[in-house]
Design a binder for this molecule. Structure first.
Ligand SMILES: *Cc1c(COP(=O)(O)O)cnc(C)c1O
Length: 333
């Protein structure tokens, strides 16, 4: 398991490159639900997402003999790795599936990394990444199951509790669990009775299904408004599964319709442009699946949303995903 000492080291590693982002109140959510509701604005990181923290920590801890790195990614980890590798003058090859939005692919290319589109799932992208490890001698950096990545993401937990020691509950968007594992490890070390709740979409919730089953399992990956939360946790998961199982108080699942509504809320009430993955904490509260019991913070994990889709949602239009249509609704109607 990752300890708070590892997270403090990561904080020193990323200082000056990844930002200590603002923790701001949502006036609307706080008033409506009766307790301070704070937003940790990781959408303001230089790459537009928190994944910079883990990627910088992992890449900076590689030895000088490493010439290049590779990873699979739903987009933001690839962008973080591309950024960190460029800073060290290393080659980076980012492997992604066809489900990844074009905005994310373009962001990675702009940082000078190479991109490989492989298959229809994160599993396919991971296979390609591992093939490159063998063929080109690159080092693979997991998006969530890597000790340095987890420690890097955990720095968010330190910053939140340094800024607001009175926070009682943390709502953490959950996919492979690197973020939740790191944040929970940091928060628990500082404040043992804090509640840390993972939140994810009900379509393809691999960590939730694995914890229910008692071991990592595979589930089918489907398109979601929260595209950054897609993908499995790996059948050979070494760290993030056990940490999420042991450190999270609960996992809450939200629907696509609830994510749609929460994206509108964050934009219309707080004027923040964010990905579907970021608003699952808001969605959990709005849907009545979670009641605020004291000061609560959630992490606005990234802003790298497809703007055509974002505009449609703000206009209240229907959204077609691969196999479902999410019914549009005007905000406030
Ligand atoms: C990666 C990511 C997550 C989930 O992080 P995990 O460590 O995989 O659980 C949430 N939101 C965004 C925007 C992401 O890029």
């Amino acid at each position: 398991m990752i300890q708070v000492a590892d997270i403090l080291k990561a904080a020193a590693t990323i200082r000056g490159v990844a930002d200590n982002t603002p923790l701001v109140p949502s006036a609307y959510m706080s008033k409506r639900y009766g307790h301070d509701f704070l937003l940790k604005l990781e959408n303001m990181q230089p790459i537009g997402a928190f994944k910079l923290r883990g990627a910088l920590t992992a890449v900076n801890n590689l030895s000088d003999t490493v010439t290049g790195v590779t990873c699979c990614s739903t987009g933001n980890h690839g962008r973080g790795v591309a950024f960190a590798a460029a800073k060290r003058g290393m080659r980076a090859i980012i492997c992604m599936s066809e489900l990844v939005p074009k905005a994310k692919v373009d962001g990675i290319l702009a940082l000078g990394a190479e991109v490989v589109i492989a298959g229809k799932s994160q599993d396919d992208a991971l296979k390609e990444s591992l093939r490159l490890v063998n063929q080109d001698g690159l080092v693979e950096i997991s998006p969530f199951d890597d000790p340095y990545v987890i420690a890097g993401q955990g720095t968010i937990g330190l910053e939140i509790l340094q800024a607001r020691p009175d926070i009682e509950t943390l709502l953490v968007p959950l996919s492979g669990g690197g973020l939740a594992a790191g944040v929970a490890a940091a928060a628990r070390a500082i404040k043992p009775d804090i509640k840390v709740i993972g939140i994810t979409m009900d379509r393809g919730a691999a960590m939730y299904a694995s914890i229910q089953a008692g071991h990592p399992i595979e589930i089918e990956e489907v398109a979601s408004l929260a595209d950054s939360l897609g993908g499995g946790i790996g059948l050979e998961n070494k760290l993030s599964f056990a940490m999420c199982r042991d450190l999270l108080d609960d996992i809450i699942l939200v629907t696509e319709q609830e994510i749609y509504h929460a994206m509108q809320t964050l934009f219309y009430e707080d004027r923040i442009v964010a990905e579907g993955a970021c608003v699952v904490g808001i969605a959990a509260v709005q849907s009545g699946k979670l009641w605020l019991t004291g000061p609560t913070a959630t992490i606005i994990t990234g802003r790298n949303v497809d703007m055509a889709m974002f505009s449609k949602i703000m206009n209240g239009d229907d959204i077609d995903l691969d196999d479902v249509t999410i019914k549009g609704q005007h905000y406030g109607a």
